[in-house]
Design a protein around this ligand. Structure first.
Ligand code: COA
Length: 182
């Protein structure tokens, strides 16, 4: 059933950004985003050390997409025509009513509204096209940028989950946010 909405890989357009499938042509800008330690500080992955890490990551994204496990879009800045970050549907239930999202943007493009615009466009697609009734996001309590971003998008905190996340092998508390469309 996923095929109906994610195959072929959708392209989602918004005024300043386009969300589309990531390919090997995005290697350099994706490496720039993923090698910056601030991009993964609050996530489960490690900064990319060289471009072979990023190439392996792109292969992993393609494999996960084929297996309907993970749908990661490149965030393309329309004027630059270049990838500036990623936004993913990291979990979707078999009935496709619940989806979890995650995102990261290169540090030089932060606080310019790009992730907000990307998340709005992706959520709009999930709600109107896929029929998602609940969007979730899990955030470490100390990740203020991500928490504020979610709140600005209309997400509400539902739970403080003790031992709710594993970050690089370490068990951490986390905040569960949800967005329920009208
Ligand atoms: C979280 C992150 C994706 C935000 O991306 P961004 O493109 O800077 O976000 P936006 O510019 O769209 O911000 C939208 C709103 O979110 C809030 N916000 C974003 N960054 C913030 C920060 N550093 N401090 C406080 N509020 C912040 C603000 O309300 C902002 O609106 P405003 O700029 O008009 O005040 C970015 O900081 C990032 O890539 N962090 C590293 C990866 C990460 O932590 N991912 C999430 C894992 S759960």
């Amino acid at each position: 059933m996923y095929n109906q909405f994610f195959k072929p890989f959708p392209t989602i357009s918004a005024p300043r950004i386009t969300l589309r499938r990531i390919t090997m042509k995005d290697l350099t800008p994706l490496y720039d985003a993923c090698s910056d330690p601030s991009s993964s500080r609050y996530s489960g992955w490690y900064p990319h050390v060289d471009k072979s890490d990023t190439a392996a990551f792109i292969r992993y994204l393609n494999k996960s997409y084929r297996r309907n496990k993970l749908f990661t879009f490149g965030i393309i800045e329309n004027k630059l025509g270049c990838l500036i970050g990623t936004i993913s549907v990291v979990n979707i239930n078999p009935e496709y009513t619940i989806a979890e999202i995650g995102y990261t943007v290169s540090s030089k493009y932060r606080r310019k509204g790009y992730t907000g615009e990307s998340a709005r466009a992706l959520i709009d697609y999930l709600v109107k096209v896929v029929g998602i009734k609940r969007v979730e996001a899990k955030v470490l309590p100390e990740n203020e940028a991500s928490r504020k971003l979610l709140e600005s998008l209309g997400f509400k905190i539902e739970a403080f989950q003790k031992n709710g996340a594993v970050i690089r092998g370490e068990i951490k508390d986390c905040c569960l946010y949800s967005y329920i469309p009208e």
